[in-house]
Design a protein. Structure first.
Length: 146
């Protein structure tokens, strides 16, 4: 069993975000955003985030765009005014096409926490990544949303 956390950075303060990571004993943040340098990201902008994670929490930062939706999927989601089912199906097909379950191994997620922008996992691709991998890896991931 591999314990894996997930977290979003919107609708929270930097203090709350980093405290949640520390309390969860996260060792590595795996950024699953396609674009990790947006000015809208605030404290979660790639270079700044890597520095803050190391200095505040002693946590490693890894950007893993293999686990991110494409620009086309993101744009279609916005164009279709957030039709979650269309987005979900498109992203699940993308993960299948990429064969992420063969390109990644469960031990890569040890002490890990998937990061994206959404504050809650319910309509977020980080949850879809966890669910997809668990179906392919026979429930190896024990997922906790921070």
């Amino acid at each position: 069993m591999v314990e894996l956390a997930t977290i979003g950075f919107t609708k929270t303060t930097a203090a709350n975000f980093f405290e949640r990571l520390k309390k969860a004993n996260v060792k590595k943040v795996i950024d699953v955003r396609l674009h990790n340098t947006s000015q809208l990201a605030g404290f979660a902008k790639a270079e700044d985030l890597a520095y803050f994670l190391k200095e505040i929490c002693g946590v490693q930062y890894v950007h893993q765009p293999l686990l991110a939706p494409t620009d086309d999927i993101l744009k279609a989601f916005k164009r279709d005014k957030g039709d979650w089912r269309i987005y979900e199906n498109s992203f699940l097909r993308l993960m299948e096409e990429r064969r992420i379950e063969t390109r990644l191994k469960p031990d890569m997620f040890l002490g890990g926490c998937l990061l994206c922008s959404e504050d809650k996992p319910h309509h977020c691709h980080r949850k879809l990544v966890c669910d997809y991998l668990n179906t392919k890896w026979d429930g190896t991931l024990k997922v906790r949303h921070l």
